[in-house]
Design a protein around this ligand. Sequence first.
Ligand code: AR6
Length: 173
Amino acid sequence: MKITAVRGDITEQHVDAVVNAANSSLLGGGGVDGAIHRRGGKAILDECRALRDSRYGRGLPIGQAVATTAGELPARWVIHTVGPGYGADDRAELLASCYRESLRVADELGATSVAFPAVSAGSFGWPAGEAARVAVETVWAADTKVAEARFVLFDETVHQAFQEAVRKAGPTD
Ligand code: AR6
């Protein structure tokens, strides 16, 4: 798998699927979530509402992932996942689960290129270095057909942390 860490805006990525750092409500919020719903338009929110009505009446649990259309975004799908807050006891396992489950959903969709944000590294309070290590190690070790994982980071410090984690993971192709 080719793994890269680029600085940019996740809503502008031309990939099969972009991952959203959502919350359990699936009804939007700030950060990446706000940007995806703003740029992607109403179709995404409509599908999220339908998912709440059908499968996730109690909300999408932390560490799980579910897909919707990508509306007006250049991608084909949005994969919504809910990261753990930094205080959670089993936070590293839950964050790893976000990436593993997102890749599992990508495989179900037949998506082979996926853009990830730094899940939990914003409102949810994770230090960039720890968030990057869990993210890159998990994606690197995943059993998946996804051929390209692109981490898209908004802030330079977070970008540097992910670049460092990718470098430590060794050559990717
Ligand atoms: N593209 C890429 N990265 C971005 C973008 C963007 N357009 N916008 C922000 N980031 P966050 P979390 C970076 O807070 O910590 C929401 O309200 C940001 O700088 O989006 O998982 C949800 O509804 C940070 O490095 O996600 C939840 O309630 C990283 O993306 C909660 O926040 C993640 O920050 C989720 O918190």
